[in-house]
Design a binder for this molecule. Sequence first.
Ligand SMILES: [Ca+2]
Ligand SMILES: [Ca+2]
Ligand SMILES: [Ca+2]
Ligand SMILES: [Ca+2]
Length: 337
Amino acid sequence: MHNLLMTIFICITASLFMFAASDTQAASYPAISGDNTYEWITNVTFGDINNSTAQNANGYGDYTYDSSGLVTRVRANGTYPLSITIHPDLTWCDEYLYAYFDWNHDSDFTDSGETVVVAANTCQTGPHSVNVRVPWNAVPGEIRMRIVVRYDGIPLSFGKIPEGEAEDYTIVVEYPTIIGDNRSEWITNVTIQDIMNTTVREANGYGDFTYWHTGETTEIVQDETYSLSVTISPDTEWCEEYVTAFLDWNHDGDFLDFSESVVVAANTCTAGPHVIDIRVPINAMAGRTRMRIVLRWRFTPSISGFISGEGEDYTLYVKKRKFPWPMFLPAITEGTK
Ligand SMILES: [Ca+2]
Ligand SMILES: [Ca+2]
Ligand SMILES: [Ca+2]
Ligand SMILES: [Ca+2]
């Protein structure tokens, strides 16, 4: 009996550990460090990011959003100037400066198009400038940019740099745009938990109310249910309005996965509030999650493109539940009797 209890205990412990391991944020990138006695990064400027630094401890600086508050937004297919200054080794001057971008959001920098050579075999402080082209198929959401300087050789995107330094930053790749003709109908309020947003007709039929634009988000917890309320100003003449909420629960840059689209109202003629329950999937990724509310006349709302109607984007913050698998808890209680 004692052995059985022990087996159960080990199983529970292992299960919880496995769950915790698989549920960590996608942003668990391979570590990098270096000996930066002689050369280091002194400034990185990219979009809204402009960060001047000294020698970082262990040759690594974590300037990702949650550590530094620094972030910039880019669009697929867009081109953005990146400018970096370094302190080179003044005696043996042969520095290589690379930028890495995890465009496909798989937590490495080794895929095609993820390496940008900023400078090679240089002796200069800079600024060293290049234009960074965001691939057309870059995955929307938060991704990482890693800047690496190395003496006398091509810098790797991870591991121990023999002589050099690395710094990490957060880039937000924008979701595909939705625009609309909202002369006849538009969204007037979206409410979920702490978000209570009353609006008018947005320019071009799109409103950016994401955390990155407004600083506003609201916490929701895995496997819990929340009330979402949307009010609209319907077309009073041809009244046939459809409202859908899209949520990228698994952070893969689309709204096409299981339970990622929820009908709020269909073929309605009323302003509302139209209220529905949103259940957060138990395996929803923790962290900032994009919610897109789309109002469309006469047709099922589409995720992107041009519609007769309006789209608004929001950011929800998904928290992990405290006890991932509560079904195991009764087994402990029984076993200890
Ligand atoms: Ca530095
Ligand atoms: Ca990658
Ligand atoms: Ca609006
Ligand atoms: Ca998705």
